[in-house]
Design a protein around this ligand. Structure first.
Ligand code: AMP
Length: 511
């Protein structure tokens, strides 16, 4: 098995890794680091939880260890889809650069420009940014990207979901053609493939097995209810959620509740609070200071239930939770894998409940096809779909009250769950693979043509509207700044590193 000391990392980086308590490199680290240290482009197909952040930060620090940054010309750039992820990457840099003198700046929305400008003016070795904020700085003439020697794109598939791909392309074109690119994505959608073909040069392609599909320690249940009507679905799902949490009792030490829409995240959190639960929402429309406070609370246990959107929760380094509740069935099957992977880590048991209605059948099938096994049906708890004090008024109008009366007369246990996949199909499904093979291949494709260098006319182009959660109208107005305290940082998995991360893997070299 590869050891960190085999990886030709700077001794000061090795020391920091040892201080962090890491014993062995994870597969993505063992494979990506040597290529990165040779100056090669890397295409890492891996998701959060595989140790991918260190797979690019450790070689970057080693390569940047000698050399000095010039004013307004960062030597390296890391692009992340969300502020939380960017802040987490920045924390990783702090951890691994503790024995070196490298400087970094974090450019994220919701933080004052002034402070960020000062840091860039002084010169930074590492610039960690969300794409929108980076381009804002660039357009204000405060930043030059022509000194970037190493560029990282993290969670590219999430960038795609958030509409950041045009920004990423533009940023690629503003950096030197000779830069080294380390590119990470959990999936390879055609659009991602296109970008990598255009901007990566003969990359080492490293693919790591999906994480959550390999976990046998997650007990999954599909709770299907048939609401009285479409209008009632939201309120009835809230009632079911409450009963599910109550039924788990003290076994539910902490949980993430996923909703598909930001709007629902707020309502569900409010509703839970109104019913006496300790819950808080997290999504991209909340102010950065609120998001940080909520996450800190969840990490230290003062918040028990985190109600989240996929984007806000993606990539967050949160210690394992006892439960995941999918308030909605995710419409992208990969999100199911990401969501439930938040529990059942490090060999501990975790539970993942998914609340579904018959309308979700096609999404449930998509998930079951992806994970190659049915989600076992669980019994829906008896619930009273009473008027929900936390819900929005639109959903609580008129009919809800009438039905509340009717619901009270509904015999307990009448709302039963039922499997969406017919049993004959379920039986035909493959059992869950324990670990998928890991494929490492070097692409010997012809180097892509040089992307056009930035022209003045390019800079003058009006900015395209961005859709992502990072882009908010109040970005420029929010003057608050958060510096996480040392004792707030969550670093490393320590003894929580799941077994599969250290497992050996098969290599296949394709020409
Ligand atoms: P990531 O996939 O980069 O989000 O990393 C997931 C977690 O694994 C983070 O808490 C890292 O600090 C931790 N981690 C990364 N590499 C290792 C390693 N080699 N051994 C133990 N923990 C690690």
């Amino acid at each position: 098995m590869t050891k960190f000391s085999d990886l030709a990392l700077d001794p000061r980086v090795l020391q920091a890794v040892a201080d962090a308590g890491y014993e062995t490199p994870t597969p993505i680290q063992a494979q990506a680091i040597p290529h990165a240290l040779q100056g090669k482009d890397v295409l890492g197909i891996a998701q959060t939880g595989t140790g991918k952040t260190a797979s690019f930060t450790l070689p970057m620090i080693t390569m940047l260890a000698n050399g000095r940054a010039r004013a307004r010309m960062p030597r390296s750039l890391v692009l992340c889809p969300t502020r939380e992820l960017a802040a987490q990457v920045a924390e990783n840099f702090d951890t691994y650069t503790k024995h070196l003198n490298l400087t970094k700046a974090l450019l994220i929305g919701g933080v004052a420009f002034g402070e960020q400008d000062k840091l860039i003016d002084r010169g930074v070795d590492v610039l960690i940014a969300t794409p929108g904020r980076l381009l804002d700085h660039f357009e204000r003439g405060k930043l030059l990207l022509t000194g970037v020697q190493i560029m990282v794109v993290d969670e590219a598939d999430r960038m795609l979901d958030m509409g950041f791909i045009p920004d990423i392309e533009r940023i690629f074109q503003l950096t030197p053609f000779t830069r080294q690119t380390l590119f990470f994505s959990a999936t390879m959608a055609p659009e991602i493939e296109r970008i990598t073909n255009a901007f990566l040069h003969n990359p080492a392609r490293i693919e790591i097995a999906r994480q959550a599909t390999a976990s046998e320690t997650i007990e999954q249940r599909l709770i299907t209810i048939t609401p009285e009507s479409r209008d009632r679905a939201f309120a009835e799902k809230r009632a079911v959620l409450r009963e599910l949490i109550r039924a788990e009792g003290e076994g539910c030490t902490n949980a993430i509740i996923f909703c598909n829409r930001k709007m629902d995240v707020d309502v569900v959190a409010k509703s839970l609070k109104a019913h006496g639960f300790n819950a808080a929402p997290i999504h991209g429309d909340l102010e950065q200071s609120v998001r940080t406070k909520t996450l800190d609370g969840f990490r230290d246990g003062s918040v028990q239930l985190l109600v989240a959107s996929d984007v806000a929760a993606r990539g967050l380094d949160i210690p394992s939770v006892s439960h995941v509740f999918n308030f909605d069935v995710p419409t992208h099957p990969e999100d199911y894998v990401h969501r439930i992977g938040r529990t059942g880590r490090a060999g501990r048991l975790g539970k993942a409940f998914t609340i579904a209605t018959p309308n979700d059948a096609k999404y449930v099938s998509a998930i079951e096809n992806l994970v190659k096994r049915p989600i076992p049906a669980g019994e829906a708890p008896a619930y009273e779909a009473s008027a929900d004090r936390g819900g929005d008024s639109r959903r609580r109008r008129g009919p809800e009250r009438e039905r509340t009366e009717r619901d009270r007369r509904t015999p307990r246990g009448e709302h039963r769950s039922r499997p969406i996949v017919p049993h004959d199909q379920v039986a035909a499904m493959e059992p869950l693979p324990v670990a998928e093979p890991v494929v490492v291949e070097e692409l010997h494709s012809t180097p892509a043509p040089a992307p056009a260098r930035a022209e003045r006319s390019d800079r003058a182009e009006p900015r395209k509207e961005r859709r992502g959660e990072d882009r908010r109208p109040d970005d420029r107005r929010d003057r608050r700044r958060h510096e996480p305290r040392d004792d707030e940082r969550v670093v490393g998995m320590g003894d929580h590193m799941p077994d599969f991360l250290t497992r050996s893997f098969a290599l296949s070299h394709k020409d």
